[in-house]
Write a protein that binds this ligand. Structure first.
Ligand code: HDD
Length: 700
């Protein structure tokens, strides 16, 4: 064992180790290694120790960070299609398809749209072999000028099930069995065939699955299918049904089963390597995009439901029309960043492409977003370079884990009128160029088709606002008006204040007048109302004060009883007992928490100390004080505030004669809510005295 402190792991070949070639990805100008924080690393071979043979030091942040990051390098693999290989390329349209679709990528002959394509097996884990008997995923992400379109298909034109709700069962049955964890990447086992045998709708797909189609020789020699019936929609809004086909330029080629098994042993990465090497060699894999186009009439006549994903339309019945080609000419720079993090979603479509009611497709529209959140950990997965659209994007979605964008300004909602304050307003919808769903009136004739329309019956926004305001007790009306004045006084954008006032005119012109007066503003004209507000019969149930739900009771309420040295023990006891008898909760508050010495020398402990137990904590207060103590407390801010707040908050105040000096100091004026300590206090303590309010504050 070497004990030399001079020993270094790279001592023998230091020169070789320190040669630098700038990386394509993130790098420093001089090729220096840094931590994630940009700190230059001096030694990437030896960790920091206390002495050459001593313990490793926690302060070795370079070590900590490196191991920490490594520990978290993996993300959950896809529940299906975990093993995949991908490549970049382009789609080129042969001639304009404008008569059948307004999709931008299909308009200009010869125009190329970037694509990223991921091929996959379905059942095996990410590290399984390339050549099991399995369906192959064929997922294409088109980065179009109008946003990303994902055509997430397979190399087989039909599917196992008709409704998405069966998908978890199908997948559970084909994956390794739950108790034993095998077989890996194989459908030849009990649970799969058990499920299939109980699922007659799978029969067609099983024919395909057991055919040579599930043993493709290479990704480049297999077909791709969108499977579902989709729609293409032209600029006039006319829809044409479509089934998508990818036809390999090299034709179809499969392996023999025995061969596939042997390949799995000889080269588990056979197809991944093949894709890589073809592209390296410049033998770019190529497919032509074919469309089977048909209308409602054909759909009606066809002997199977075109919404049933377990059925295909034979090419002999409906020819495939070739419309463009796709070439894969560039391998990802980084497998994880691109192939692993790419997030396909059948719901990603562009104007000119639309869904049908295929129940399997509809279920998929939900599933894929969820899975991305679970795999990539954040709703911001679209910001990863491989998922980000290559056309401009802007919206008001904000924040969330791993947010990498830094939006400026305060416009994170719309509508907004910040432009009137010279501020940025953010983007806006556009009914003309924005994506609009095909209405599908026939399929949904009972509901009038798929629309984004608010019904006429939802148009009246003011009548019930008026009903509410006018049904309130006048004190509540004053509170509401004052709350409006308070809030709008905080609004610095004058045009916003005016707009709110003009809405209020529709609610109640008198209310608008009160608020305007409180703001020192003129009453504007009423805003345009979608439906003219009407007067409804008032509803007293809407008010709190004097409404049917008002209770005058001490039950569930608390009474703060302010006491001090020299208070009368009998008085304290009497008021406490009376509160308890009325099902209230008495709380003794004193200048010191230790309690008070009463007139007769008795010690009574306190429940709370005055400064920390203000009257806002109680529903009513009682003052049981000697004249001397009351006098002394006039110099005690917390005591004056105790009483002043109780009065200002319209609470009952019961006071003995001795408390007068404090009442006076707090500005308490006698009213129905200011009582002695007897029965009248207990009665008063069950409510508030709104009639006092005009004397204590100005309301709108
Ligand atoms: Fe799926 C991945 C293809 C039905 C739920 N699916 C996934 C991928 C392909 C397909 C190619 C891998 C994409 C990639 O390379 O990242 N799936 C299909 C086809 C279907 C189909 C052609 C039927 C016509 N899938 C289907 C249903 C559901 C899902 C009915 C659920 C209701 N599929 C998923 C998923 C996956 C997925 C769980 C796993 C990983 C992912 O989405 O991103 O959400």
């Amino acid at each position: 064992m070497s004990r030399s402190p001079k020993f270094s792991a790279d001592a023998g070949n230091a020169g070789e180790l320190h040669q630098r070639v700038p990386a394509k990805g993130p790098h420093t100008a001089d090729g220096h290694l840094t931590t994630n924080q940009g700190i230059r690393v001096s030694d990437n071979q030896n960790q920091l120790k206390s002495g050459a043979r001593g313990p490793v030091l926690l302060e070795d942040f370079a070590l900590r960070e490196k191991i920490f990051h490594f520990d978290h390098e993996r993300i959950p693999e896809r529940i299906v299609h975990a093993r995949g290989s991908a490549a970049h390329g382009y789609f080129e349209v042969y001639k304009s398809l404008s008569s059948i679709t307004k999709a931008d990528l299909f308009q200009r002959p010869g125009e190329k749209t970037p694509v990223f394509v991921r091929f996959s097996t379905v059942a095996g884990g990410a590290g399984s072999v390339d050549t099991p008997r399995d369906v192959r995923g064929f997922a294409v992400k088109f980065y179009t000028q109008e946003g990303n379109w994902d055509l997430v298909g397979n190399n087989i034109p039909v599917f196992f099930i008709q409704d998405a709700i069966k998908f978890p069962d199908l997948v559970h049955s084909v994956k390794m069995e739950a108790d034993r964890g095998f077989p890996q990447a194989a459908s030849a086992h009990d649970t799969f065939w058990d499920f299939i045998s109980l699922m007659p709708e799978s029969t067609h797909m099983i024919m395909w699955a057991m055919s040579d189609r599930t043993l493709p020789r290479s990704f480049a020699t297999m077909e791709g299918f969108g499977v579902h019936t989709f729609r293409l929609v032209n600029a006039k809004g006319k829809s044409t049904f479509v089934k998508f086909h990818w036809k390999p330029k090299l034709g179809l080629q499969s392996t023999i089963w025995d061969e596939a098994v042997k390949i799995a042993g000889a080269d588990p990465d056979f197809q991944r390597r093949d894709l890589f090497e073809r592209i390296e060699r410049g033998d770019y894999p190529e497919w032509e995009l074919g469309l089977q186009l048909f209308d409602e009439e054909f759909a009606e006549k066809f002997e199977f439901d075109i919404l049933d994903a377990t059925k295909l339309i034979p090419e002999e019945v409906l020819p495939v029309r070739i419309v463009g080609r796709m070439v894969l000419d560039r391998m990802p720079d980084n497998f994880f960043a691109e192939t692993e993090q790419v997030a396909f979603c059948p719901a990603n479509i562009v104007p000119g492409v639309d869904f049908t009611n295929d129940p399997l497709l509809q279920g998929r529209l939900f599933s894929y977003l969820d899975t991305q959140k679970s795999r990539l950990g954040t709703a911001n997965f679209h910001q990863l370079p491989i998922n980000a659209p290559k056309c401009p994007m802007a919206n008001f979605q904000r924040d969330g884990m791993m947010q990498t964008l830094v939006p400026k300004g305060r416009a994170n909602y719309e509508p907004n009128s910040l432009v009137q304050a010279g501020e940025e307003t953010g983007p806006r919808e556009c009914p003309v160029t924005g994506f609009s769903n095909f209405a599908d009136v026939d399929a949904a004739s009972d509901t009038g088709g798929k629309v984004r329309i608010r019904p006429e019956s939802f148009a009246d926004h003011y009548s019930q606002a008026r009903l509410f305001f006018r049904s309130l007790h006048e004190a509540e009306q004053a509170h509401l008006a004052s709350a409006m004045v308070f809030e709008l006084s905080k609004v610095q954008l004058e045009h916003v204040r005016v707009r709110v006032l003009s809405n209020l005119v529709n609610v109640d012109p008198a209310l608008a007048q009160r608020v305007a007066a409180g703001l020192g503003a003129a009453v504007p004209k009423a805003s345009a109302a979608a439906a003219k507000p009407i007067d409804l019969e008032l509803s007293p149930a809407l008010r709190i004060i004097d409404g049917p739900m008002q209770r005058e009771t001490l039950e569930g309420r608390s009474v703060g009883i302010l006491i001090a040295d020299g208070s009368d023990a009998a008085e304290i006891e009497a008021v406490s007992k009376a509160v308890v008898a009325a099902k209230g909760r008495p709380v003794l508050v004193a200048p010191r928490v230790g309690g008070v010495k009463t007139k007769g020398g008795k010690h009574i402990p306190a429940d709370g100390q005055l400064a920390g137990t203000p009257s806002i904590m109680f529903d009513a207060v009682a003052l049981v004080l000697s004249p001397e103590a009351a006098q002394a407390l006039t110099k005690e801010g917390a005591a004056v505030q105790f009483v002043m707040d109780a009065f200002g908050h319209l609470k009952a105040i019961g006071a003995n004669a001795g408390a007068k000096a404090l009442l006076d100091k707090a500005g308490v004026e006698l009213d129905e809510g200011v009582t002695g300590l007897g029965k009248d206090f207990i009665r008063a303590a069950g409510r508030r005295f709104f009639e006092r309010e005009p004397n204590v504050r100005t309301l709108a």
